[in-house]
Design a binder for this molecule. Structure first.
Ligand code: NAD
Length: 263
């Protein structure tokens, strides 16, 4: 799985088609969408039109909460493949655990079937807390390859990252730039950016990469799409990393996964 990919949350279908096309042209080879984003079609069209061989692209989509359950998962997966216009996805994620529904174990068993059938290369979860993962691992056979969680300098998720490392689960950071809301103006980050002649977004992405996180920044602005992938030709030093790590506030932008049960 590429350590850096492109996310398309809140991007309307036609705009997603343009943004994904720009991202593929800029060199991204991993795309993160979801059934609930309503842009699987645009994403798939951009992939098909790009001229990049399907096997060179790492494509992720996610199962929405209301489709949890064994049979409904199989149906929802078929619908996603149809919209994407592909034969398989590289990674399929349970979007949220929605613990009140108590269906994520059955859902994951359907994921295991689709995985065994070769229609999904890797299976994983999103927004799972260590307790949800512990139960899933105890009651199913395939350890999730990935847990995609909210993670940025203001929410560093130490407990989850530690549990992922113990289990060999890749930590994928959603909203890696803190949705661009304030994080990119934090003086410590601006100072590090000036020191390296980089932008604050590049510094934050570099921090994630050096920590070992997978990142999927989003932008629909071509110059930012390019900027966000130009992060493999410089390094932060230990002082920079420590200064960013000191910004943790355990502050979420999104909902608490243990309490989020939206259909
Ligand atoms: P993000 O942290 O990637 O921030 C995106 C915003 O930051 C942009 O809309 C823009 O305003 C700003 N930005 C981007 N590049 C910039 C740059 N170079 N300079 C200045 N500002 C810049 O936020 P996100 O979109 O919430 O998260 C990224 C991806 O994570 C999503 O697109 C989606 O694929 C995924 N995601 C998953 C979940 C989940 O529940 N699994 C939830 C949210 C997001």
């Amino acid at each position: 799985m590429p350590q850096l990919g492109f996310g398309v949350w809140q991007v309307p279908d036609d705009e997603a088609e343009r943004a994904v096309a720009t991202a593929l042209e800029a060199g991204y080879r991993s795309i993160d969408t979801a059934a609930i984003y309503g842009n699987e079609q645009g994403t798939g069209k951009a992939i098909a039109a790009s001229g990049v061989p399907r096997e060179d692209i790492f494509l992720t989509t996610k199962l929405w909460n209301s489709d949890q359950g064994y049979d409904s998962t199989l149906r929802a997966f078929d619908a996603s493949l149809d919209k994407l216009g592909v034969e398989y996805v590289d990674l399929y994620l349970i979007h949220w655990p929605t613990p009140e529904r108590d269906k994520y174990v059955d859902t994951y068993k359907a994921f295991e079937k689709l995985h065994a059938d070769g229609r999904i290369r890797a299976i994983g979860v999103s927004n799972f807390e260590p307790d949800h993962l512990r139960r899933l691992i105890a009651e199913t056979s395939v350890i999730p390859a990935v847990d995609q969680i909210e993670l940025h300098p203001h929410l560093q998720q130490h407990a989850a990252r530690e549990y992922h490392a113990e289990q060999g689960i890749a930590t994928e950071a959603w909203s890696p730039l803190g949705q661009g809301k304030g994080l990119l103006e934090v003086p410590a980050i601006v100072a590090i950016a000036q020191k390296h002649g980089r932008t604050p977004a590049q510094v934050v992405l570099r921090w994630h990469l050096q920590l070992g996180n997978v990142v999927i920044p989003k932008s629909v602005t071509p110059s930012r799409i390019k900027e966000n992938i130009e992060v493999f030709d410089f390094s932060l030093d230990t002082e920079d990393l420590a200064a960013i790590s000191a910004l943790n506030e355990d502050r979420r932008l999104g909902p608490d996964p243990s309490a989020f049960n939206l259909a």
